[in-house]
Write a protein that binds this ligand. Structure first.
Ligand SMILES: Nc1ncnc2c1ncn2[C@@H]1O[C@H](COP(=O)(O)OP(=O)(O)OP(=O)(O)O)[C@@H](O)[C@H]1O
Ligand SMILES: [Mg+2]
Length: 287
């Protein structure tokens, strides 16, 4: 299974969510994070990994069609029994590697199609013409992550429909403080799959700033666990529930589907009540 994660603007926590989601994914599959951010990667620095192996070394051997299993020669371990193909810090090198690794013969696709593999690709910011776009088109799910302050929503509104059409199944995920989820849903006309809470303690664990401890029942871990459960449903032996046609056309998971899967998560009351924007009309920030 291939789960792509991306943003449209700012740094809403894509890389953090990629690691958290992999950590919260059922551990009966091999969980691999691939840092495909065209602006360059962060995980090698955050977790003190060696510069190689990684995206560059994989791209160097994947210029011709190769056995997909070659991918496993280019991974490094992350805490929590995860594996990562770290991206180089430099954007130019990352983009060159991506042009190779997103070709139709890329070994990444071969590995992601394996039933016992969950691959999480951090595609960074999805600018038009991003070299990570083929990953979005080939993903089973795209998680499009956005902050909800007015400036962030204004950028999201201009791109969300194009991106939603490009991906086979796009899910909108909001992150952090800002305008309430229901206001964003109303104004964009798109259901929101989940709201990632502002949770600096959990974020510190997934960015290598705090020791990997036990996953907690609250905050980021709880929401990410619910997202992982819903998305990984497609990898179990149970047949997937039928997906209504309009999922193909409208970005985001339809409300009834998310309600049934239990994933639709509203911001915690402290965030909703404590934020001065809680009563703001959506028209203000999207018009
Ligand atoms: N849920 C969260 N709660 C609190 N802080 C968070 C959360 N998620 C991420 N952060 C913090 O926000 C910062 C940016 O996170 P991250 O690098 O994941 O963003 P990004 O979207 O990948 O950014 P970029 O586009 O620059 O790669 C980090 O310092 C991280 O610790
Ligand atoms: Mg990032």
């Amino acid at each position: 299974m291939l789960i792509a994660l991306a943003s449209v603007k700012g740094s809403p926590g894509v890389t953090t969510l990629a690691v958290a989601l992999a950590a919260g994914w059922p551990a009966d599959v091999r969980r691999l994070i691939v840092e495909c951010d065209p602006a360059g990667g962060d995980l090698a620095q955050r977790f003190g990994l060696a510069a190689t192996p990684g995206l560059l070394s994989l791209a160097a051997v994947a210029r011709q069609p190769v056995d997909p299993d070659i991918v496993w020669n280019h991974v490094q371990p992350l805490p929590g029994d995860l594996q990562v193909i770290p991206g180089p810090s430099g954007g130019q090198q990352a983009r060159a590697a991506l042009s190779t690794l997103t070709s139709p013969t890329s070994p990444l696709y071969g590995i992601a199609r394996r039933p016992a593999v969950a691959m999480f690709t951090d595609c960074g910011r999805l600018d038009p013409g991003s070299p990570a776009e083929p990953l979005i088109r080939n993903a089973d799910f795209l998680l499009l992550i956005s902050g909800t302050y007015s400036d962030e929503l204004a950028h999201l509104a201009t791109r969300v429909h194009d991106i939603g059409h490009a991906a086979s199944r796009a899910c909108l995920v909001l992150a952090g403080r800002g305008h309430p989820t229901h206001a964003v849903e109303r104004e964009l006309g798109i259901p929101v799959m989940a709201r990632i809470p502002h949770d600096p303690n959990a974020a510190a664990r997934y960015t290598g700033r705090a020791a990997a401890g036990r996953r907690r029942a609250g905050g980021l871990d709880r929401v990410v666990g619910a997202v992982a459960l819903a998305l990984s449903g497609g990898t179990t032996r149970e047949p997937s529930p039928p997906v209504p046609d309009f999922v193909q056309q409208v970005p985001g998971i339809p409300t009834q589907l998310t309600a049934a899967s239990g994933v639709r998560v509203l911001p915690p009351p402290t965030v909703r009540n404590g934020h001065p924007h809680a009563g703001a009309s959506g028209k203000e920030f999207l018009s």
